[in-house]
Ligand binder design. Structure first.
Ligand code: ATP
Ligand code: MG
Length: 415
């Protein structure tokens, strides 16, 4: 019986020995979770690929599309799986090429991973090629630059046949690169920055600073929508929300107006660093892009960065807004980020923010309020919501409850 399944290709560069097994095992785990809405019967390894099979043996384009969004996936082919009978795989090859889309040329690439199979790959090429020439008499064979290559791969008693494949998001399986805390607003940049480090294999734990109680909690809901939108990539384990409004008011009363934003940011960085230590995360991530707004000059980045010792990653630092927006559209966060909601960034904003902060003035302002007490208090009152999309996420041992005072459950969770 001919079955339809998805063949998953991944980049093998740098994947050797133990690394390779770790990578493949993690990708299998992540695919199981990402595809939980499909009736998957098997995800497993077959000679340098992964195969994803459904209980009804009828994998669809919709399943292939979901697989393509999982980090670590380089390409996906909707393939036919047949037995070793040549009539069966010749028929599958004709079907695969017929469905592949517009083309004027093709070639056949036959491979045998089981050398016990009676036909040599050259004979298989000839056999399948002749049948395809007969089925598509107006198309040319082009062995150098064909529009489609029909792959016929004999392995472990089965034959896999496909002609088309579409690119996946690439990168590395989430869980192979440790954990990061990402500073997440509902703007365009930080969801994209989060996705980018997630695509490189990092488990992401976003922290959102809300203006509550001075603003509504709309920005918190938008951040949850962002995390839901990122679910197909499976990168987020837990979202933290820090109600920051009261503290911002205190800062705004204590420091020169032009330095307010830098003070808010320094507090945000220290709170995030504390959460990172509790989580066992090894870096912070922001969506800053050089010179995009007043707070993102080199001087101001230095004035904020100075307050933490953990590495701060800025995956978008060299990106233009248009590139960021294009990526936001691809990953499904664009429409969420188009909705504006007041968050801590819109609260108590100065009329003329400092663009080139001087460090002596920054330090003087920093000492003018009890920043240590403020950071501890904010960490103690942090709220969170867990998401099940990331199978490798493990909450901190003993949970935050034992490290800190009783925590409020995150109100947005009941929405
Ligand atoms: P974004 O599009 O991500 O909101 P932005 O262009 O608005 O960024 P800034 O307001 O300068 O730029 O923010 C720079 C970075 O600081 C953001 O990308 C994000 O990582 C972090 N950040 C900003 N606001 C918040 C917030 N309310 N909560 C958590 N992190 C934030
Ligand atoms: Mg913003």
């Amino acid at each position: 019986m001919t079955e339809r399944l998805c063949l998953v290709h991944y980049h093998e560069i740098g994947l050797k020995g133990k690394n390779r097994a770790t990578f493949e095992n993690q990708l299998v785990t992540n695919l199981h979770r990402a595809l939980s809405v499909f009736d998957i019967s098997h995800v497993g390894r077959v000679s340098g690929h992964l195969v994803v099979e459904t209980a009804d043996h009828r994998a669809t384009e919709e399943l292939a599309a979901a697989i393509r969004r999982v980090p670590g996936v380089a390409r996906v082919s909707l393939a036919y799986k047949c037995g070793l009978d040549d009539r069966e795989y010749v028929t599958a090859a004709i079907q695969a090429l017929g469905e592949a889309g517009e083309f004027s040329s093709f070639k056949v690439h036959a491979r045998r991973s089981s050398t016990t199979y009676e036909l040599h790959s050259l004979d298989m090429n000839r056999l399948v090629g002749a049948a395809l020439c007969e089925a598509f008499p107006d198309k040319k064979v082009d062995v150098h630059h064909p529009d489609f290559t029909v792959v016929v791969h004999v392995v472990q008693g089965s034959t896999y046949v496909y002609a088309a494949s579409a690119p996946g998001v690439g990168g590395l399986p989430v869980g192979t690169a440790g954990k990061v805390v990402t500073l997440l607003s509902s703007g365009f940049d930080s969801p994209v920055a989060t996705w980018m480090v997630g695509r490189r294999g990092a488990i992401c734990v976003p922290v959102h600073f809300s203006g509550r109680p001075m603003t509504s909690d709309t920005s918190e809901w938008l951040c949850q929508d962002v995390v839901d939108a990122l679910a197909p990539a499976g990168i987020v384990g837990r979202l933290y929300v820090v109600p920051f409004g009261e503290r911002q008011r205190e800062i705004s009363l204590a420091v020169p107006q032009s330095l307010r934003i830098i003070m808010y940011r320094r507090v945000m960085m220290q709170v995030s660093e504390r959460i990172a230590r509790l989580e066992g995360a090894k870096a912070l991530v922001t969506g800053e892009s050089l010179g995009q707004v007043a707070s993102q000059t080199l001087d101001n980045i230095a004035a904020v960065n100075e307050v933490v010792t953990i590495p701060v990653l800025r995956p978008l630092i060299g990106s233009d807004k248009q590139e960021i927006i294009r990526r936001a559209e691809e990953i499904g966060t664009y429409d969420i980020s188009c909705q504006t909601a007041p968050d801590c960034c819109t609260l108590f904003m100065p009329r003329r923010p400092e663009t080139h902060a001087r460090m002596d003035q920054v330090l003087e302002a920093w000492e003018s309020f009890d920043h240590e007490g403020m950071v501890s208090d904010l960490v103690e009152n942090v709220e969170w919501r867990d998401f099940s999309q990331c199978p490798s996420y493990h909450a901190p041992k003993g949970t935050l409850r034992e490290h800190h005072r009783e925590l409020q459950p995150f109100s947005g969770a009941e929405r």
